[in-house]
Design a protein around this ligand. Structure first.
Ligand code: TYD
Length: 428
């Protein structure tokens, strides 16, 4: 079923699906409506401010059959990822993260120079660079043309398209099977998960390893990370539906661990069936069971918590504003745009948002139209309070901005309960 833009009634590129994207069940339970929302990464140039913006429904569903939490309104990926501003290499913590991931894969799975590593959603090639530094053959697959060009400029061969079975077969014909396939923070973005798995099945060598990283639903629920919900993130994973998915392709999880990125994620190692399986999956499944991850009441409770965050955050910011305080946002994140649009926090409350990404600077946030400036401007005109929209990097930022805080500036943490961070943290 195709949909119309909610506000300006033009035909647009989104569809509403009636079935779960993993198991095909129609038993979808809607538990949260964040309201019509523009795309979280569609930062506007000044000349676009007067034009109409496209808004799309942003509602969360729980599948009663396989337990996948998901969005059912799917914006055409061609629209969403055409000019994508997220560049992995610009983030120091992500560089460190990918260095560690490559090291782990090389050592744990005895990758050597004759092996091929394929990264799905390879962005600017930051992960693959760590493999090619060891002389290992790499190939990236990246649908955003502006970003795949950046990877090519760094010398990382990259195919500019979506990964699916057809693409996988072409790669195998030309380069042979892959010893390792990586997909970090890709599953959350894909409507056709089965298409990706068909591709992996076609490309992975018999003894190959498939490595998937996904933000973990349990962290989202416990920490009320509702702002990580935006149109790009179509699925929110616990282990249960992933096991369901891999089993359909005769693959098993051989190991799983928790990692700190994106508000708490899982790193999952998958092999073709008949491999040795560690007990780590059971630990996560038990944890999910203890949290009643299969119960509708859990999701209703989450929805209540989201409404409380909105109420308390808006109260806190209004009070500070009432005292004449200057407030900015720190990090023009996509999640920040969900938060700002849902809470209706606009330029009347936040004077500006600082961000290190050159592409975002000089633009305005989608929906709320708050100007994005460089970090230099934040330091030149420090606000009394800075709303930490990049809370996933809280520790790094609090250390980096010690001087701002020692001069009296304070950060506001929006979740799980909005609060001002009074303590200065130390350490490197
Ligand atoms: P990201 O973590 O990708 O969040 P999202 O997926 O919600 O967009 O984005 C982090 C943003 O924060 C990115 O635009 C860069 C910015 N940022 C800063 O401005 N300063 C910093 O010190 C850090 C760590 C990030």
């Amino acid at each position: 079923m195709s949909g119309n833009v909610l506000e300006n009634n033009r035909d647009v590129n989104y569809i509403h699906r009636e079935t779960c994207r993993i198991c095909g069940s129609k038993q979808l339970y809607k538990f949260l409506e964040l309201g019509p929302t523009p795309l979280a990464n569609s930062f506007l140039r000044e000349d676009q401010l007067k034009g109409k913006e496209d808004y799309y429904p942003l509602d969360m569903y729980f599948c009663r059959k396989c337990h996948l939490v998901q969005l059912s309104d799917i914006v055409n990926p061609e629209v969403m990822f055409k000019d994508y501003p997220y560049i992995t290499g610009t983030s120091k913590p992500m560089q460190k993260h990918f260095f560690g991931l490559a090291k782990e894969v090389i050592h744990e799975f005895n990758i050597d120079k004759n092996d091929l590593i394929v990264d799905i959603g390879s962005n600017d090639g930051t992960l693959l660079q760590n493999f090619s530094n060891h002389g290992i053959s790499t190939l990236g697959v990246e649908p955003a043309s502006n970003i795949s060009k950046l990877a090519e400029q760094k010398g990382i061969s990259t195919i500019n398209r979506f990964f699916n079975e057809e693409c996988a077969k072409e790669i195998r014909n030309e380069f042979g099977p892959a010893k390792a396939i990586t997909a970090t923070n890709v599953f959350a973005h894909a409507d056709d998960l089965n298409g990706i798995l068909h591709g992996v099945d076609a490309l992975l060598s018999d003894d190959g390893i498939f490595v998937v990283e996904v933000p973990y639903l349990l962290n989202l629920l416990i920490n009320v990370e509702f702002d990580t919900v935006y149109h790009e993130h179509l699925s929110y994973f616990s282990l249960h539906p992933l096991i369901w998915l891999f089993h359909n392709y005769r693959m098993d999880i051989v190991n799983v661990k928790q990692i700190p990125v994106h508000g708490g994620s899982l790193r999952i190692f998958i092999k073709r069936a008949k491999s040795i399986i560690s007990s780590s999956s059971n630990i996560f499944l038990q944890q999910e069971k203890n949290y009643n991850i299969d119960s509708l009441a859990t999701y209703d409770n989450f929805s209540k918590n989201v409404k409380s965050v909105k109420y308390e955050l808006v109260e806190l910011l209004r009070k500070l504003k009432g005292k004449g305080k200057i407030i900015s946002g720190y990090g023009a994140t996509a999640k920040g745009n969900t938060l700002l649009n849902y809470c209706k926090i606009g330029p009347g409350i936040l004077d500006y948002i600082s961000d290190t990404t050159p592409f975002k600077q000089g633009r305005y946030t989608p929906g709320m139209h708050i100007p994005v400036v460089s970090e230099n401007e934040f330091h030149a005109n420090p606000p009394d309070y800075a709303l930490l929209l990049a809370w996933n990097y809280a520790k790094d930022i609090l250390i980096k901005e010690r001087e701002y805080q020692s001069k009296g500036g304070r950060f506001i943490m929006p979740i799980p309960e909005p609060h001002i961070i009074w303590e200065l943290i130390s350490g490197e």
